[in-house]
Design a protein around this ligand. Structure first.
Ligand SMILES: C[S@@+](CC[C@H](N)C(=O)[O-])C[C@H]1O[C@@H](n2cnc3c(N)ncnc32)[C@H](O)[C@@H]1O
Length: 217
């Protein structure tokens, strides 16, 4: 009896197949504390729907960009992937058709190399640094296409130069947000390349393998 009541309760939440869903600002406000991907899961919609909502709220009178993301990839972790406050950079510009039919677009505002950034010292108040974290991934694999790959012999030097450049283009008291997944290389080892100690850090992900850290110049 109790099981049947539970089933009835659950089915009352279910949306008939194909019925359009109208998400309101209040809907998004209720999940605003979650990341875009978590919002999509929680609302049962696509990440594109979430991103479209935030894009619609974009302030078109916003001041020029003050944030740099020199390795922004497909901009997955952005609430608004066209956020006008951000300069989106990457070393490559390319599109791939994934096996599930979706496309993966890496379309930076500007192609750049985080080892030699084309900006003057102290240009940004916030830099977001999410470099590739994989040494081993098949060249044509989904993972390599999405996240890029580290050079086997050069990665230490590449990341050290990346950190140096991120700190160089930050203004005094500017903030660097650094993301690292330690599935192949421990976070502690990568931190030695930063040359500075983060102010705070947080572990996330199913196995706490992704670390978010915040540095201040
Ligand atoms: C982990 S992914 C970034 C994912 C991104 N944060 C997102 O939300 O989708 C790392 C990106 O760094 C880029 N990359 C690799 N080497 C680079 C370099 N030297 N300079 C700039 N970007 C680089 C890769 O092409 C890849 O797109």
């Amino acid at each position: 009896m109790r099981a049947k009541a539970r089933q009835r309760e659950l089915s009352s939440y279910a949306r008939p197949m194909g019925a359009p869903v109208k998400f309101t600002t209040a809907t998004f406000a209720s999940v605003a504390h979650l990341s875009p991907a978590q919002q999509a899961i929680s609302l049962g919609c696509s990440i594109r729907t979430v991103q479209r909502h935030y894009a619609a709220q974009r302030d078109t009178t916003a001041p020029p960009p003050t944030i740099l993301d020199p390795a922004s990839g497909s901009r997955m972790f952005y609430f608004d992937p066209q956020d006008s406050r951000v300069i989106f950079g990457d070393i490559r510009s390319e599109s791939h058709l994934l096996s599930d039919g979706r496309t993966l677009d890496i379309r930076p505002d500007l192609e750049m190399d985080f080892r030699a950034l084309p900006f003057a010292d102290g240009s940004f108040r916030l830099v977001i640094f999410d470099p590739p974290h994989l040494l081993h991934a098949g060249g044509k694999s989904w993972l390599a296409r999405k996240y890029g790959r580290l050079g086997r012999d050069t990665w230490r030097d590449d990341l050290r130069r990346g950190f140096n450049e991120c700190f160089r283009v930050l203004s005094v008291h500017g903030v660097l947000v650094f993301k690292w997944n330690q599935i192949q290389i421990p976070t502690s080892e990568v931190l030695t390349l930063a040359g500075r100690v983060p102010v705070i850090g947080h572990r996330s992900g199913r196995r706490s393998g992704t670390h978010w850290m915040l540095f201040m110049k």
